[in-house]
Design a protein around this ligand. Structure first.
Ligand SMILES: [Zn+2]
Length: 49
């Protein structure tokens, strides 16, 4: 079972420190670290809150 502290960023695959949740083109929830948020924004992914 996943818990918040061992999730990994779906872009860089590193551990998440300040994860943001986005919805990808396949309607799946992905976790994005703060460093990769610009990439997610560039891909026009929807932010989940
Ligand atoms: Zn990342």
């Amino acid at each position: 079972m996943f818990t918040w502290f061992n999730r990994k960023c779906d872009f860089c695959k590193r551990k998440l420190k300040k994860p943001s949740k986005y919805i990808d083109v396949n309607d799946r929830e992905i976790n994005v670290c703060y460093q990769c948020v610009p990439q997610a924004e560039r891909k026009a992914l929807r932010k989940k809150n």
